[in-house]
Design a protein around this ligand. Sequence first.
Ligand code: HEM
Length: 471
Amino acid sequence: TKRLPPSPLKLPIIGNIYLAGSLPHRSFQSLSKRYGEVMLLHFGSKPVVVASSANAAREIMKNQDLIFASRPRLSFIDRFFYGGRDVAFAAYGDSWRKGRSMCVLHLFSSKRVQSFRPIRDEETSLMIEKIKRSSPSVVNLSEMFMSLTNDVVSRAVLGRTYGGDDDGEKNFNQILKKIVEILQSYNVGDFVAWLGWINRVNGVEAQVEKIFEMTDEFMEALLREYRDKKSSGDAVVNFADALLELQGESKDSDPVEDDVIKALILDTFAAGTDTTFTALEWTMAELIRNPRTMKLLQKEVREVARNKNGIDINEDDLEKMPYLKAVSKESLRLHPPLPLALPRELNQDTNLLGYDIPRGALVLVNCWAISRDPLLWENPNEFRPERFFDSSIDYKGLHFEMVPFGAGRRGCPGIAFAMSMYELAVSRLVKEFDFGLPNGVREEDLDMTEAPGFVVHKKSPLLVVTTPRAY
Ligand code: HEM
């Protein structure tokens, strides 16, 4: 009697895994043209619902948000995040609620985001100086953005950067790179239990264990260092300090355990650095590929700068840059860094746009397909920031025509944190430099191929030739 969503043909044992391909957001978009805005796939025996329309996203992330508020348990993620004791990958429940409110209060509130302003300012200036020193040779902008986002998150969360030569084996950035690499793939054993042996035999499981041990060792050392510092009476300045302070206050009643602190710190790096760096990378690539848009943005930013009599633009000036706001929306529309958001899991049977969906199904919202839906967007594959001039649509989770940060209870709490870093970096870059491509590559031929992964980067790094702009 159940009315299930339409499904493509399943193969024995693996189900529809073969249909995901290396860029699942694109494969699922093509499938949705045939099977509809809500379709049911099977990864092994696990039912997977894929939602590809604004209506379906509104149901999942707003109207039935509570029912769709959990996350699936995936084994690699579980290992790195201390059995789901973080926020981003935790099942819905008290532990998630408590973790999320600690993060919101001590990292994501507008007061906290504002307090990190000097960090963003200094790190962006450092990046600009580094690029100036390299000019006019070829600059790897992707690498610059990776360092910028890592260093800003690291200073806000840990109070310092990790990754200098003196950190040796404990180079946290290297550890993070390895974690992100592993998280870019999934463990087939999560879906087809009897294929679990594959990752045992090919060494991936052993690698996960080794990287986890390195991470935990680093985290243990970090907590020791912070406890020593605290006993010497230093004031709370960063997220790690704040968490340890909360632990001290909550000793008897509802203790904040060390594993929770470690998982929350890791979360901010895993959810916050790669995503923001990718957003910057795609934006600059689109601007370089569209010289007319680049010129209009440069004109806006440089005009604001000229009125400041030599003082550099700061975050207050961003409000005077409507074209920059339109460029950021357009870039996140075309290139949401997490095209399938983060997976949700259904915690009771429900009905979604007329279809029965079973409890326990994994749910993927194809943000990428939604924000390129021709029924919602005119010429959806074109980069045209002007489309936002007479539209109130934005990315904050209230308009389901584009949901690059998700929405609802599980929506991204780091929007302000990310976008303040992003907007300052883009505005200062386009103010300071003119951009060209190396080896005579024409702007329109810039390689925009996507690399596989949860977070979808440009496949090739963004290499540019920068010319500092004289004032
Ligand atoms: C351009 C940058 C970013 C993008 C595109 C992005 C996107 C997303 C998306 C799509 C989700 C899942 C939403 C859902 O399930 O509805 C998410 C969750 C999350 N993001 Fe972000 N994010 C970004 C930056 C950040 C930053 C800078 C941080 C922290 C420093 C952060 C922390 C988190 C956390 C903790 C969650 C999990 C929330 C939960 O499950 O309760 N994100 N993000």
